[in-house]
Design a protein around this ligand. Structure first.
Ligand SMILES: Nc1ncnc2c1ncn2[C@@H]1O[C@H](COP(=O)(O)OP(=O)(O)OP(=O)(O)O)[C@@H](O)[C@H]1O
Length: 254
């Protein structure tokens, strides 16, 4: 596999099985630094499993995952844990905030866990809460916020330690329709302004509209790459020309 010099994260030939059931089959993906890539596909198509393998939460049965020159697939569990804490952020569909901590303490947790002092962690957490329009709640407990505000706090928590890559797995799935676009825009604007790479999984194909590129999974296989507008890459639009996957030896279609 040939990768571009600015590929920050890439995977080749990923296979993963959940209890004997294949969830990923020969999946390849590469992500450039600062890029926002969406992974879309129907429910059960393997999106969460792919994000799990890319982020070191899961170890593929076969295949490779490389991040910034590190072979994630062969790292020890403790090295993967350090990588996840230091370089990655994670946003799930549920914010999973600790109810006994304040909003700023929740946001500062990854910073505190990676050794930042309390004062510095608080300053950075509050900065991100302000950016995400939930700064007024910094001293409140999560229970005082509505779901969309809690999800903004989860986004702030994922970004506050300046990760290289944020993985967002269905980050708007539990929100009302009206809040989805706003929360997505908040996430992508914040990531772009700080050049944080985002890998965003959603079964909602409209999510691809906020991404630079979109990878589509069906039954655990990549079935192509579309421009955000849905126009196939290589025809027109911002993704015209061969994408990074065009340089790989992986099969991209079924
Ligand atoms: N912990 C698990 N144990 C057994 N099977 C699992 C497990 N997690 C996922 N699977 C199965 O693996 C396949 C891929 O699941 P995955 O969650 O990665 O897909 P997805 O596209 O993210 O789906 P969704 O949009 O519903 O979250 C599905 O068939 C799913 O049922």
């Amino acid at each position: 596999m040939v990768t571009a010099p600015d590929d920050l994260l890439w995977a080749r030939g990923l296979h993963y099985e959940h209890e004997g059931t294949p969830a990923l089959r020969d999946v390849c993906l590469s992500v450039r630094a600062g890029e926002i890539v969406s992974v879309t596909g129907p429910r059960g198509s393997g999106k969460s499993t792919l994000l799990g393998c890319l982020s070191g939460r899961l170890v593929p049965g076969r295949g490779e995952v490389w991040f910034d020159g590190l072979p994630v697939h062969t790292l020890t569990a403790s090295a993967r844990e350090r990588l996840r804490r230091g370089r990655f952020g994670w946003i799930g569909s549920e914010p999973h905030l600790l109810p006994e901590l304040t909003v700023w303490e929740n946001t500062a947790l990854p910073l505190l866990l990676s050794g930042a002092g309390r004062r510095e962690a608080r300053r950075r957490a509050c900065e991100w809460l302000e950016r995400l329009d939930v700064g007024d709640f910094a001293r409140s407990r999560p229970g005082a916020l509505v779901q969309a505000q809690r999800q903004r706090v989860a986004i702030a928590r994922a970004l506050a330690h300046s990760p290289s890559v944020v993985f967002a797995d269905e980050p708007t799935a539990r929100l009302h329709q009206g809040e989805r676009a706003q929360v997505l825009r908040t996430l992508t604007t914040a990531a772009r302004s700080h050049r944080i790479t985002v890998v965003l999984a959603s079964h909602d194909a409209r999510v691809a509209g906020v991404a630079d590129r979109s990878a589509v999974l069906v039954d655990g296989r990549r079935v192509g790459e579309d421009a955000p507008s849905g126009v196939p890459a290589g025809t027109t639009g911002p993704s015209a020309g061969p994408g990074p996957e065009g340089r790989t030896e992986c099969s991209l279609s079924v």
